[in-house]
Design a protein around this ligand. Structure first.
Ligand SMILES: *[C@@H]1O[C@H](CO)[C@@H](O)[C@H](O)[C@H]1NC(C)=O
Ligand SMILES: *[C@@H]1O[C@H](CO)[C@@H](O)[C@H](O)[C@H]1NC(C)=O
Ligand SMILES: *[C@@H]1O[C@H](CO)[C@@H](O)[C@H](O)[C@H]1NC(C)=O
Ligand SMILES: *[C@@H]1O[C@H](CO)[C@@H](O)[C@H](O)[C@H]1NC(C)=O
Ligand SMILES: *[C@@H]1O[C@H](CO)[C@@H](O)[C@H](O)[C@H]1NC(C)=O
Ligand SMILES: *[C@@H]1O[C@H](CO)[C@@H](O)[C@H](O)[C@H]1NC(C)=O
Ligand SMILES: *[C@@H]1O[C@H](CO)[C@@H](O)[C@H](O)[C@H]1NC(C)=O
Ligand SMILES: *[C@@H]1O[C@H](CO)[C@@H](O)[C@H](O)[C@H]1NC(C)=O
Ligand SMILES: *[C@@H]1O[C@H](CO)[C@@H](O)[C@H](O)[C@H]1NC(C)=O
Ligand SMILES: *[C@@H]1O[C@H](CO)[C@@H](O)[C@H](O)[C@H]1NC(C)=O
Length: 823
């Protein structure tokens, strides 16, 4: 009778076990629970009545939480309500029908039950003699640990081993076979590209450390065929401003390329984080994510890609880029080669990262690297998985970490040898890597350089070669927007002659309108321009470096097809020159003229003092001072700019460049360039502003042709009325005119050292502007605009200037302030 009962029981359990195992090697257990629960297409069965050969349920006790509020939210929460507690070593032994890779998921939530508090548990878990967890001390929150093992035995054993006087527990578990070919047998080691060294994976157990979906959205277990959780990449991203999330599920084409949604779901391949190159295509920026990993282990990495990026511009772009892990190149991805370039074809790259020599646990993933700037690069990544590999101790636990050289340290009495060996090995690897990368860069550069060569030789000044080979024209990556040529053509109606707003030595300037209605000025270097690539380069570098209210802003540039195009903000009122003479523009008031001088002086002052080494503009003239819609002045045209003298030099020797009529005589005769050369040119501009005529006007009688000679002669005679713009006649106070001419005279001093600095000049001009504003107020009160000027004779003696020679201009005006106020 008893025997018979036992027999039926045996039959039942046998049947039971066949049923469980027949579900293609899948086991989902709701541990410690009498109930079955279904969570996203899986039924987690009660482990109470499993066959003895799977699990002897009498070995553990079932517990249930007393505080359902502590359960995590989500579909899986019911799985955490119960647990099975083991006081002795206990084994789940799952029969395996077909060998291959299996996933094991362990669910833990240390809740408080009626009989015990699970947080006090201490235990180890192993599977197939691999230590998965050692001396586990549960953390307060729920956790799902995931492992992958290649099972080539008939049973998969999962063992719980409590510490002495403690216990083990498990809330739920999953064991199921992965589809074939999902995980490779081996993968290439990072840093051994040339020799193609592989690491065999199938002899290791793996633990999922990070599984990330790029594109700033997470993908839940219910959206994945294998119930994998994909976290959003946002928490791992460094410099997030470079990253732009992309979502385009429809683009994913699983029928191209042979990768299915088992590798990663459409929600992973259909989202990505790309380099934000629309706002700032710094062509050489890397996208970087940082992951915490435990040192002392190797890691299996899988990088998922799928080109889902619809190019808003539709121009040719480079969709190849490099993958780096901790600055070591993993691979080059060329999306045009994936499935013959089929749009939306999923693709992945596998690699193994060797254990780091350091005890730091960071894994930096970077996408980008050295790219060809002649195309518009799009770098992106859709997903990333990090799986820790078990080590020689068959362990995945951090307490068993093995560091390179540490085994020899144990044996060797001299720990230094290990260290030195390690260091020199590192050095060798680094050196080889460096050489490989360098020669690769060199090769990549050479082809491009050939193209540029002809342009180089045309330039007056030799372009300094960039040794690192990172960028072809620019050494700095902090350069403004690199415009596609097509976009510029669109903005300027294919360089329509009717849109030309200026012509210079460099080429033509066009007005353009971008799609977002931004107005731009497009300076297009003529291919055979005498000035050339060097100036093009200088200008972009200067403008990128220096941003100031009174310096014209760089919007971008274009060097496609050997074009030399610079895109600036559009300055509605054009050049200062155009408002002084030879145009139909209404004449500027005295106050406007002063404001413009102050603005331009501010811009130049900033150039001279804004950085450690002064920038000398070298081409200050009224045609290079631009006016916006409010007549605010901005200095433009930095093509000739030069960095000022080094500390050990007082000047820069250079071939004379600049514009005739504005050139510092000292610079002309001695080829010595200092900031004071700009001050001289600015003095010339001030004369133009006062007199409203060109610097050189050949149509005038001989003695009047040269503005400086003619005007300064009359200034010294005190005959200001003869030189002043007739439009201003009678509209400016005589004292102000005198002051203005004093300043101008100082600026035009033959000797640079006698000229004021731009700062002094600015101070004086600002002071004059303040006086002017005060006057205007007074005039408004008197309601007689001419009153203060009427009756004054334009008398001015230059002797005063001689008297104050050597005294700082600021001091002179400081005295004048006092006089002004005591008057
Ligand atoms: C759980 O499911 C198994 C198999 O479907 C079944 O044999 C068992 O009776 C179920 N248990 C409960 C409590 O429903
Ligand atoms: C685990 O180790 C034991 C004893 O060393 C051995 O008998 C058993 O075959 C091993 N199991 C596996 C799956 O390697
Ligand atoms: C595997 O399980 C079967 C029963 O399903 C048992 O006969 C066999 O001994 C087990 N093998 C090992 C290595 O535990
Ligand atoms: C699993 O491991 C065995 C033995 O190492 C090997 O023969 C087999 O190919 C591996 N299976 C897979 C899918 O890697
Ligand atoms: C990511 O998404 C969050 C909200 O879901 C948002 O606040 C954040 O700005 C996004 N980050 C990026 C880089 O778009
Ligand atoms: C769950 O089952 C439904 C219906 O069979 C199916 O459409 C869905 O894709 C399944 N979900 C997962 C994650 O397998
Ligand atoms: C998907 O890719 C295949 C193979 O390249 C191609 O024939 C098919 O047209 C693609 N489907 C779509 C919707 O693009
Ligand atoms: C990873 O990046 C961080 C931040 O850029 C840096 O501090 C760290 O040294 C990097 N780690 C490695 C291993 O490269
Ligand atoms: C991107 O990262 C790689 C590896 O660290 C580095 O070699 C490359 O110079 C980086 N590129 C940029 C633009 O920072
Ligand atoms: C790519 O094109 C080649 C030749 O046209 C063809 O043999 C191959 O099957 C194509 N591959 C894919 C993935 O479409």
């Amino acid at each position: 009778m008893i025997n018979l009962k036992f027999f039926t029981l045996w039959v039942l359990t046998a049947l039971c076990s066949t049923r469980v195992s027949s579900a293609s090697d899948s086991f989902f257990l709701n541990c410690g629970s009498p109930e079955n629960v279904t969570v996203t297409n899986r039924t987690f069965e009660s482990d109470n009545n499993l066959g003895r050969e799977i699990f002897d349920s009498t070995r553990g006790v079932s517990v249930r939480t007393t505080d359902s509020n502590s359960l995590p939210s989500g579909d899986e929460s019911t799985l955490f309500e119960t647990a099975r507690v083991f006081s002795d070593e206990s084994i789940y032994r799952f029969p395996i029908e077909q060998h291959g890779w299996f996933i094991i998921r362990l669910y833990f939530l240390p809740f408080v039950s009626a009989s015990r508090d699970l947080i006090t548990a201490r235990f180890s878990v192993s599977a197939q003699n691999f230590t998965l967890i050692k001396d586990y001390k549960p953390s307060k929150t729920s956790i799902v640990k995931e492992y992958s093992l290649n099972i080539s035995t008939d049973n998969l054993s999962l063992e719980f081993l409590p510490k002495t006087d403690s216990f083990a527990f498990i809330n739920a578990l999953e064991v199921f076979r992965l589809p074939e070919n999902l995980l490779p047998e081996e993968a290439g080691l990072i840093g051994t590209q040339s020799s193609k060294k592989n690491l065999k994976l199938s002899t290791h157990a793996m633990e999922t450390v990070s599984r990330v979906n790029m594109g700033n959205v997470s993908v839940g277990r219910d959206q994945d065929k294998l119930w994998r959780q994909w976290d959003s990449d946002s928490a791992y991203m460094g410099e997030a401003h470079f990253g732009l999330p992309v979502l385009n599920l429809k683009a994913v084409n699983f029928s191209a390329g042979g990768i299915t949604d088992v590798n990663a779901p459409v929600y992973v391949y259909g989202t990505a984080t790309r380099l934000n190159s629309e706002n700032n295509p710094n062509t050489n920026a890397n996208l970087t994510w940082t992951f915490q990993v435990e040192p002392g282990f190797d890691y299996f990495l899988r990088f998922h890609f799928c080109n889902i990026i619809v190019d808003p511009f539709g121009f040719e772009r480079q969709i190849s880029f490099d993958i780096f892990v901790n600055s070591e190149k993993v691979d080059s991805v060329d999306m045009t080669e994936v499935a013959n370039g089929t749009f939306g074809a999923p693709y992945f790259v596998d690699a193994v990262m060797r254990k780091s020599k350091s005890h730091e646990g960071a894994l930096n993933l970077s996408i980008g690297g050295v790219m060809d700037v002649s195309l518009y690069p799009v770098s992106f990544i859709n997903g990333f998985e990090v799986l820790k590999l078990s080590n020689d101790k068959r362990s995945l636990d951090v307490s068993d970490a093995v560091f390179p050289g540490s085994s020899s340290r144990n044996k060797s009495s001299n720990p230094r040898i290990g260290l030195i060996a390690g260091l020199s090995a590192a050095l060798c690897v680094g050196l080889v890597f460096g050489v490989v990368v360098f020669s690769w860069c060199l090769r990549k550069r050479r082809s491009r350089n050939r193209q540029m060569q002809s342009v180089h030789s045309r330039g007056d000044e030799q372009i300094k070669q960039n040794e690192t080979g990172e960028s072809l024209i620019f050494s700095s990556s902090k350069i403004g927007y690199r415009f596609p040529l097509a976009l510029i053509k669109e903005a300027t109606d294919d360089f329509d002659e009717r849109l030309v707003i200026g012509v210079g030595g460099f080429g033509k300037v066009f007005k353009g309108v971008l799609r977002d209605k931004t107005e731009i000025a497009v300076k297009r270097g003529a291919p055979q321009s005498r000035q050339g690539l060097a100036e093009f380069k200088t200008e972009i570098e200067m403008l990128s470096q220096f941003r100031h209210r009174h310096l014209v802003s760089l919007i971008g540039y274009c060097d496609e097809n050997s074009e030399m195009i610079i895109v600036y903000e559009y300055m509605e009122k054009g050049t200062l020159k155009n408002h002084l003479y030879d145009s139909d523009n209404p004449r500027l008031s005295w106050k406007q003229r002063l404001e413009i001088c102050v603005g331009a002086a501010r811009g130049l002052h900033y150039l001279h003092t804004g950085s450690t080494r002064a920038i000398i503009h070298r081409d200050v003239k009224s045609a290079n001072i631009l006016l916006d819609e409010n007549f605010m002045a901005k200095v433009a045209d930095f093509g000739l700019s030069k960095t000022g003298p080094d500390l050990d030099q007082t000047h820069v020797s250079t071939a004379v460049k600049g514009s005739f009529g504005y050139l510092d005589p000292e610079y002309l005769t001695r080829q010595q360039l200092t900031e004071k050369s700009d001050v001289y040119s600015f003095g010339v501009v001030m004369l133009e502003v006062l007199c409203g005529r060109p610097v050189i006007d050949p149509s005038l009688p001989r003695e009047k042709v040269n503005l400086i000679e003619w005007a300064m002669k009359l200034v010294k005679k005190g005959k200001l009325e003869e030189i002043i713009d007739p439009f201003l006649d009678g509209k400016v106070k005589i004292e102000e005119l005198k002051k203005y001419c004093e300043i101008t005279d100082k600026c035009l001093a033959q000797n640079g050292t006698e000229r004021p600095t731009m700062g002094d000049l600015l101070w004086n001009l600002e002071f004059m502007l303040q006086l002017q504003a005060k006057d205007e107020k007074a005039e408004m009160v008197e309601d007689d605009p001419e009153a203060s000027v009427v009756g004054s004779t334009l008398q001015f003696s230059v002797n005063g200037v001689g008297d104050i020679a050597g005294i700082s201009m600021s001091k002179v005006f400081a005295q004048m302030v006092v006089r002004e106020e005591t008057r």
